[in-house]
Every structure is written in structure tokens, then in C-alpha cells.
Design a protein. Structure first.
Length: 85
């Protein structure tokens, strides 16, 4: 007998089935097998965003200030020596 499979994600220790999955009755026994997350896939990005450490607004503001302080004007380099602008 072929068994149906459903796709979903874990959110706070709860398995959430994807929208196109059939609804399962309460008490339905399921087997959950985590799939490996390939770097750069939507699942991997979401997992990284949801994992610790979570940044506070102050952390983000501090990072933005450091980025702003480190900005420099680009050096003017003549890509074609011997030509005038």
C-alpha cells in the first residue's frame, strides 16, 4: 500500500502542513523526517532568520551606525590610462 506524504515546516514545535496538503484528522499518527536544508534555499534562509540570536532594535541601529561611519568615497581611478575625461 502506498502511503501519502505531506510537506510542511516546524514552527515552535508544531508541524504546519503546506497549504496544498490534505487536512489530517486529529489523532492521526504521522512519521516526521527532517529534510536537509541546502544553503540558500528558502527553508534554510527562514531557519536562519528564526534561529538565535535575535537582534534587538538597538543592535540593528548600532550596526547601521558602524556601517555609516565606515563608508568612504570611492577612489577615482581612470580605467583607460591616457584618455582624458
Amino acid at each position: 500500500m502506498k502511503r501519502a506524504s505531506y510537506r510542511g515546516v516546524v514552527r515552535g514545535q508544531t508541524i504546519v502542513l503546506s497549504e496544498n496538503a490534505a487536512s489530517l484528522a486529529d489523532g492521526t499518527e504521522v512519521l516526521v523526517m527532517p529534510l536537509p536544508l541546502e544553503p540558500g534555499t528558502p527553508g534554510a534562509v527562514l531557519a536562519a532568520m528564526e534561529s538565535e540570536p535575535h537582534l534587538t532594535r538597538e543592535d540593528i541601529e548600532e550596526l547601521q551606525k558602524a556601517i555609516d561611519q565606515g563608508r568612504r568615497q570611492p577612489a577615482h581611478v581612470q580605467p583607460f590610462p591616457g584618455e582624458s575625461e
